[in-house]
Design a protein around this ligand. Structure first.
Ligand SMILES: [Fe+2]
Ligand SMILES: [Fe+2]
Length: 312
């Protein structure tokens, strides 16, 4: 984990989106967030962690630099800000990607399986990200994150927990995601979300990144659900996607009204941070979709696949 070269201040996106870099971050995140016991070598672990946190910080800053100009356009008046935020659904990076209509209408079961395997490995656990993010937030926003978290927990019913529901899809498709078999773009998405949620200096960014997932997930979920149904998954097996196609519409409205508005009203500087976090998340998603398309459409006429997708 510590053999990575130190990036200079101008390290390129190629460096940060390499297999080596993202796999190292992913392995470190998996280890450090695991519940553990006191260990004799904890001092060395802390030194290692500091080095990895610095690399994570470099990665997050390089992402942030790439969205700075766009985020600066966000209004700092609370209501105007949320109106701007909601338009990300139309013009945000990676929105309306032709991959999803294609998954709904044309992808084979094996292609859907590969797509899901990538997405599952890149899944940082929305519930845990919300839990990390809510620490010390102002009351009204904290309450909204708590309500959202409670939904993730199936409102106290184990069968309704979202994490295990995702595992049902994984079992149905016989998917066994590993870090090594995952494209760096998917790992980068999970690493960016984890980095923002666990470092307090990106707390507002994390609120924006989580909020933009709620905003943009329903459309994609509905199309993935349609593809999964077409290749024979039962209602129970694809429930995760059917549920999020509907529930996240409400989650997004609630998040924007109960978290974003009061947070920006209290301190307008948060508007830029929330906007940056949202754009950082969307840019990572956009890179994933590009990579998925080039993998899945490789060997097909890309333009023909696009036409199919547009006709769908
Ligand atoms: Fe969820
Ligand atoms: Fe949600």
């Amino acid at each position: 984990m510590l053999e990575l070269p130190t990036p200079d201040r101008n390290a390129s996106a190629e460096f940060y989106f390499s297999d080596d870099f993202q796999q190292s971050l992913a392995r470190w995140n998996r280890t450090r967030l695991e519940p553990q016991f006191p260990r004799e070598n904890w001092r060395q672990t802390m030194l290692d962690d500091t080095r990895m946190q610095t690399l994570e910080g470099d990665f997050l800053e390089s992402l942030r630099m790439s969205v700075l100009d766009k985020a600066a356009e966000a209004p700092t008046d609370a209501e105007a800000f949320v109106a701007w935020f909601e338009t990300l659904k139309e013009w945000g990076p990676g929105q309306n990607d032709p991959l999803f209509p294609w998954l709904a209408e044309h992808a084979t079961r094996e292609e859907l399986r590969w797509f899901f395997e990538q997405e599952a490995a890149g899944e940082a656990g929305f519930d845990d990200l919300v839990a990390y993010t809510q620490v010390k937030l102002p009351d009204q926003a904290k309450m909204e994150l708590a309500r959202n978290y409670w939904d993730e927990m199936g409102r106290g019913n184990m069968k309704g927990m979202h994490g295990p529901m995702l595992q049902i899809v994984a079992r149905a498709l016989d998917v066994h995601p590993t870090i090594e078999n995952t494209v760096p773009e998917s790992l980068a998405l999970a690493n960016a979300m984890t980095g923002m949620a666990t470092s307090r200096r990106y707390a507002w960014h994390s609120v924006g990144a989580l909020g933009v997932i709620e905003l943009t997930a329903p459309g994609r979920s509905a199309l993935v659900a349609k593809g999964l149904r077409r290749v024979g998954l039962s209602n129970a097996e694809r429930r995760y996607f059917d549920l999020h196609a509907v529930l996240d519409v409400k989650h997004s409205e609630d998040w924007n009204r109960e978290a974003l508005i009061p947070l920006v009203r209290e301190d307008p500087r948060r508007a830029v941070a929330i906007a940056e976090g949202a754009l950082m998340r969307l840019c990572c998603g956009e890179r994933c979709f590009d990579r998925y398309r080039s993998h899945l459409w490789n060997g097909r006429e890309e333009s023909a696949a696009r036409e199919h997708a547009q006709a769908a």
